[in-house]
Design a protein around this ligand. Structure first.
Ligand SMILES: *Cc1c(COP(=O)(O)O)cnc(C)c1O
Length: 479
């Protein structure tokens, strides 16, 4: 069912979720998705979120189908929005709000269910030992994973974040996390360093059973396909479209997980028009999608959208696998070139396949601030920095020849209160003070309340203070 992107190594869906990454360093991908004929996409329209999630996730992870109804009931319990991922109108366009979960970022959609998958898979595979979750985070995965895994029996979790590379709020969320089974550690390096270190730990021989809460784990991607259907369904309910009409999605992108979930939805028969990859100034993906050359040999920039400060986008590997109809040799060669030379070039049919679906663009720091200010002034909607990157890219995309006139949905990936300094600065507020002061000020100026989970952090003590070098990640992971 699942196969490594680099070789013939295969795994069941429960096995793939438990391992996180394939033993050859590749990612597990469902080769059944290259050509799907048996899924009733139209039958998804009008279903409430949990039913939708049950139907789609049971198709993609059939090994969990018997428990799926139970697993998806977590959404009603943990998300504050009735529609879970509500679609809101912004002028002629739409924002799909993915941040109404327990940590105010879209990562909650997947990380609310991943611990349940892991627990269930552990049972099914008859494993007695703990599953140790290793996670590299650019800011949001860390807290969402901690929230999901803390005190879950049979698991422990370690999170590595780039020291100085996440927002004050993101850091406060992670270092105050309680739980007997959690470790949180700052790394003197950037996200790419953290992710590389974690992948090296996976390659070691160890008695520990390691798994991943990053989107290299298929259990992270599958739940994310659901909200593309939800957005489409909400557009149908509103009468903007009827089933079969194309819809374009603009996705703020870092590790290429969220947008790949859109591709999975498309393969399942959702009438997705174009998937628009929106990068910040770390625009390696935007360049790749336009030229076919992936070149990470460039400075790693710190931006106001830190969760997208990434130069090595892991999930692109899965897209290369799908675009080449499962050519593991090609994928292995490209990944080797990337590792050895920092660059590879994709050509021919696979590049055509990718270009036929994906568009791309990027937003500078000024573009991002400008988008936040304009959207706030024109529509009274407060967007976070990542969502603003996507909005800015959408505006350019709609003027390009690639745009067909389809309704556009921007994926809104985080609450603006996770990045109060940048958001307040963009709308002309006073930006002196710590994250909590600024969140309060942002709330005062805009009249939008601070989400309770963020406001509540102020009184929590920092309990995780470890800081290590990149070279220590492997040893720390296996300790
Ligand atoms: C993780 C993240 C992204 C990027 O998602 P990928 O799946 O890594 O491409 C965008 N916005 C926010 C707020 C995030 O936390």
């Amino acid at each position: 069912m699942y196969r490594s992107t680099r070789s013939g190594i295969s795994a069941s869906d429960t096995g793939a979720v438990l391992k996180g990454i394939a033993p050859d360093g590749g990612l597990f991908a469902d080769d059944g998705l290259i050509d799907v004929t048996d899924f009733d996409a139209k039958g998804c329209i009008g279903l409430p979120y949990e039913k939708l999630a049950e139907k789609i996730m049971s198709r993609l992870l059939p090994g969990f189908a018997g428990e799926m109804a139970d697993i998806v009931s977590v959404y009603g319990k943990k998300f504050s929005a009735e529609k879970i991922t509500p679609l809101v109108r912004v002028g002629d366009d739409y924002a799909l709000e993915l941040f109404h979960g327990p940590t105010s970022a879209f990562k909650d959609v997947a990380l609310s269910v991943l611990p349940l998958f892991i627990t269930e898979a552990r049972k099914k595979e008859g494993i007695d030992e703990n599953i140790s979750i290793l996670t590299a985070t650019s800011g949001d995965t860390g807290k969402a994973a901690l929230e999901g895994f803390h005190d879950v029996p049979g698991t422990d979790i370690t999170v590595f974040f780039p020291d100085g590379g996440v927002s004050d709020m993101q850091k406060a969320q992670m270092v105050t996390q309680s739980g007997a089974n959690v470790r949180v550690c700052a790394v003197r390096g950037n996200f790419d360093d953290c992710q590389r270190g974690v992948k090296e730990a996976f390659a070691q021989k160890t008695a520990k059973r390691l798994s991943s809460a990053n989107s290299i784990n298929i259990g992270r991607l599958v739940p994310q396909a659901v909200y593309y259907f939800s957005a489409y369904s909400q557009l149908c309910e509103e009468g903007r479209i009827t089933f079969g009409d194309k819809v374009d999605f603009i996705v703020p992108t870092g590790n290429f997980g969220d947008i790949l979930a859109g591709y999975i939805a498309r393969q399942l028969g959702l009438p997705v028009g174009r998937l628009v990859c929106a990068s910040n100034s770390n625009n390696v993906l935007a360049d790749f999608l336009r030229t076919g050359v992936y070149d990470k040999r460039r400075p790693f920039l710190k931006t106001v959208s830190p969760s997208m400060d990434i130069l090595v986008s892991s999930n692109l590997e899965r897209m290369l696998f799908y675009a080449s109809a499962g050519d593991g040799e090609l994928v292995a060669r490209l990944m080797r070139e990337l590792g050895e030379n920092g660059v590879y070039a994709l050509e021919g049919k696979p590049l055509e396949v990718i270009r036929s679906v994906f568009s791309a663009g990027y937003a500078t720091e000024e573009d991002t601030a400008d988008a936040i200010a304009r959207i706030w002034r024109s529509y009274g909607k407060l967007f976070d920095t990542h969502t603003a990157v996507a909005f800015s890219v959408m505006e350019k995309y709609k003027k390009s020849r690639e745009y067909s006139g389809a309704p556009c949905v921007v994926l809104s990936t985080a609450s603006p209160f996770k990045f109060p300094h940048a958001v307040l600065g963009a709308i002309g507020g006073n930006t002196e003070g710590d994250g909590f002061t600024l969140a309060d000020e942002l709330s005062r100026v805009t009249g939008v309340p601070v989400p309770a989970n963020l406001a509540g952090l102020r009184d929590r003590k920092a309990i995780h203070t470890d800081v290590i070098d990149v070279s220590e990640i492997v040893a720390y992971s296996l300790k």
